[in-house]
Design a protein around this ligand. Structure first.
Ligand code: NAI
Ligand code: MG
Length: 361
């Protein structure tokens, strides 16, 4: 027969990254075995991360991108480990891959799950869901800047950290947000900046947003400053549909969104190269959570939701939908890890999701 094989690069990373990636793989294996679509995954593991750094002095091998570039997708856990500065671990692996493969659209759905106590005082939280589209290649993560270049010495040091906004970079991610909005029930894009204070880059962003929006007359728009939007996330979450923002602002808003929904542990994300020149990377939003690592209690929902985003990008929208529905079935049935108010273990949470999936297949 003509079974389709997808080559998957797996980077578990550190701490609970390793624990939750394992659970996502269980779900992917189950889906590929039971789906009427004939496909499977071939997996290769890469031991990169902070523990690797402590041994080898690098977060990943020097030829890391070269070795990853022919995979169909990358499945990533999380990095961060005591003894390695966070800026070293972030730039050495996650950003190296996102920027190296020009994965310029970071998609972060905010999902309110049935049975999960929300932090919002809102009458029907179960119906809330929106998606953050995070610019993922430039902005505040341009890496442009420096320290010590004035030679002023200790106590008088100067650091410069510049943001980079290009018309092309703004346009492609804003356009992505509009195209995504067209696939949703309510067609609406909200742009978030801080262009009163950031008068160059973010004003350019606003201008591009206004120009692109004219090509989508069927899509409703609004524009907010990020401080007001942070409040709006709490006060009027029902107004949110697709929210597009710069690298840093969307990162902050996505943690806020998932915390409102109950926990960072349930937040999924996809770092997409929508042009499909390179593999895209799928990862839960949370970090390595050293405070709970090794205890078997990490919430695998963020990682499993990220696996669902991977299925969608590989062309299995129906399977992706089934995974999402099974997550909802599991939480609705009362399976909740500690971070969302229960005592279900990492493995039992996945078991419950697989059980819900098994009812469909
Ligand atoms: P974190 O996301 O690791 O943890 C924040 C809090 O949320 C902790 O109390 C943790 O126990 C809880 N939490 C996170 N994920 C959870 C899950 N799946 N289930 C249950 N509880 C969960 O963020 P933190 O503590 O700021 O950073 C820890 C390390 O992770 C740092 O080294 C940081 O640099 C790194 N980090 C890495 C990221 C990545 O690899 N993409 C993203 C964010 C942080
Ligand atoms: Mg973050």
């Amino acid at each position: 027969d003509n079974q389709k094989t997808h080559q998957l690069a797996i980077i578990p990373g550190d701490g609970i990254g390793k624990e939750v990636v394992q659970e996502g793989i269980r779900v992917l294996d189950f889906i590929s075995k039971h789906s009427p679509n004939n496909f499977n995954f071939e997996t290769d593991y890469f031991p990169w991360g902070c523990e690797y750094y402590l041994e080898h002095g690098r977060m990943m091998d020097e030829d890391g991108l070269e070795r990853l570039k022919n995979y169909d997708a990358i499945y990533f856990g999380a990095v961060g480990f005591p003894g390695v500065p966070d800026h070293v671990s972030l730039w050495g692996l996650r950003i190296a891959i996102c920027q190296g493969f020009d994965q310029w659209a970071n998609i972060r759905p905010v999902e309110f799950l049935p049975g999960v106590p929300s932090k919002l005082n809102h009458p029907d939280t179960d119906t809330l869901n929106w998606v953050l589209v995070r610019e993922n290649s430039e902005g505040e993560y341009s890496g442009i800047g420096g320290r010590n270049f004035t030679g002023r010495g200790p106590g008088k040091e100067v650091a410069v950290q510049s943001s980079l906004f290009t018309e092309e970079g703004c346009e492609r991610v804003i356009r992505y947000a509009f195209d995504l909005a067209r696939t949703r029930k309510r067609k609406k894009v909200t742009s978030v900046t801080k262009s009163n204070a950031q008068q160059y880059g973010m004003v350019l962003w606003d201008e591009v947003f206004a120009r692109v929006s004219k090509e989508y007359p069927d899509v409703e728009t609004d524009q907010w400053l990020v401080d007001a939007m942070a409040a709006n996330f709490v006060l009027h979450p029902e107004d949110l549909e697709v929210v597009v923002a710069s690298n840093l602002l969307a990162d902050i808003l996505s943690d806020l969104g998932s915390a409102l929904a109950g926990s960072l542990g349930i937040a999924a994300s996809a770092n997409l190269d929508p042009e499909r020149r390179y593999p895209s990377m799928f990862e839960s939003v949370h970090g390595s959570a050293p405070d709970i690592a090794g205890k078997g209690i990490a919430n695998p929902i963020g990682a499993i939701g990220s696996a669902s985003l991977m299925l969608e990008q590989l062309g299995y929208a129906e399977e992706a939908q089934l995974v999402n529905q099974s997550i909802r079935d599991a939480t609705a049935a009362g399976y909740l890890t500690a971070d969302i108010g229960g005592n279900t273990s990492t493995k039992e949470m996945t078991d419950a999701i697989l059980e819900a999936l098994a009812k469909v297949y």
